[in-house]
Design a protein around this ligand. Structure first.
Ligand SMILES: C[S@@+](CC[C@H](N)C(=O)[O-])C[C@H]1O[C@@H](n2cnc3c(N)ncnc32)[C@H](O)[C@@H]1O
Length: 357
């Protein structure tokens, strides 16, 4: 997607061109950098959930207002966008350590995308870091099948670097051998969670983060990057207005299609990660007012974007999930079979008694 300035636009503006070999996750090399440029907020226009907005190109400034970022609707003069009151906090995160880990078999950096959907955040990483290995999981087999199908169309050098797998990150271990379609422990440099945590019940979120922590690089050397809905977003207000039992708890709703929507407050996010030993690096609540002048409608979009350093000691993996309950048909068949065996044994015993007599 056309995010950030094009090389030509940069040349016009006198900005240095990005060196394609110098691929960095912005704000990742040291804690003073700005994680906010990882997901260029304005690229999402009025909808921060719009896909494909990862910006990992190097050497770019946090220039949200560049020409290329302007929504075509703005040019038509129908829509007006304004920053409202972004809030940013910088934490005392340790400096990023050595990016080249030697504790795993992968040649370059290791990324993990939780809740990858169709892979719109995962695939761009392959282009932006030519040595990266990208693990990506989703609990929907359909989503993973889409990623797998797209993976097979890639040239071999990229195809082998993306590894999609089905996993419910709130219940099933992410950690395991890469042959077994899992992530080796302690090897992830960057874990991204883009609008996935809000789809998971808040009581399950600690397990998701524990699961993530079990595969992150130790010693605070990894980064966990979160982008998700912030409380007060337009969609939350709409869910509130609908009433009819959609509210499940504080900032927690169920949508019409049965999916969950959670809206994050800063304190909640910080506590959630701190409980897993992950130190805040940067947290920004982005607020944008989008006004459709033609319709005279104003939309207040709010989303949270954070970077946390991984825990100094990775968490122990989640316990294996309990076996699924036995299906009714199998239980009936099993009971019928044991009744049959019992009856046969009884008949046999009676026959033996008769023969003895
Ligand atoms: C809004 S989509 C985000 C897709 C992707 N991150 C992107 O930026 O394009 C949320 C995704 O999270 C997945 N998801 C929800 N709960 C999950 C869980 N417990 N474990 C893994 N994936 C989950 C959904 O299936 C869905 O594909």
């Amino acid at each position: 997607m056309g995010i950030g300035r094009s090389p030509a636009a940069k040349a016009r503006a006198g900005l240095p061109r990005a060196n394609p070999n110098d691929v960095r996750v912005k704000g990742f090399e040291n804690h003073a950098g700005r994680m906010s440029t990882l997901f260029r907020p304005d690229s999402a226009g009025s909808d921060p959930t719009r896909r494909g907005s990862l910006d990992l190109a190097a050497g770019d400034d946090d220039d949200d207002e560049s020409d290329d970022d302007v929504d075509p609707l703005d040019r038509m003069g129908n829509v007006e966008r304004a920053r409202v009151d972004d809030e940013r906090e910088i934490g005392p995160a340790p400096r990023y350590a050595n990016p080249a880990s030697t504790i795993h078999p992968f040649p370059g950096r290791v990324f993990l995308e939780i809740g990858c959907g169709a892979g719109n955040s995962a695939f761009p990483l392959l282009d932006l870091d030519p040595h990266a290995t990208v693990f990506c999981c989703d609990f929907s087999p359909r989503a993973v099948a889409l990623v797998e199908r797209r993976r097979r169309t890639l040239p071999a050098d990229k195809r082998d670097r993306i590894r999609p797998f089905v996993c419910d990150a709130s219940r099933e271990q992410l950690c395991g051998s890469s042959d077994g379609n899992r992530v080796p422990p302690g090897c992830v440099d960057v874990c991204t969670m883009v609008f996935v945590l809000s789809a998971i019940a808040p009581e399950r979120m600690p397990d998701v983060l524990r699961n993530v922590s079990s595969v992150m690089r130790p010693g605070g050397a990894g980064r966990v990057l979160l982008r998700d809905y912030a409380d007060g977003d337009l969609s939350q207000r709409r869910l509130c207005d609908k009433g009819d039992g959609r509210k499940l708890g504080d900032n927690h709703y169920v949508r019409g299609d049965g999916t969950r929507a959670f809206y994050f407050e800063k304190r909640f996010v910080k506590d959630l990660f701190a409980d897993q030993g992950m130190v805040l690096e940067e947290l920004t609540v982005h607020a944008r007012a989008v006004t459709n002048r033609a319709a005279g409608r104003r939309m207040d979009r709010r989303w949270i974007q954070c970077s946390f350093a991984s825990a100094s000691t990775p968490a122990t993996p989640l316990p294996p999930p309990p076996p699924p309950p036995e299906p009714e048909w199998r239980r009936r068949a099993r009971e019928a079979e044991s009744a049959r065996v019992e009856r046969a044994a009884k008949v046999e015993a009676e026959r033996a008694v008769r023969e003895e007599a």
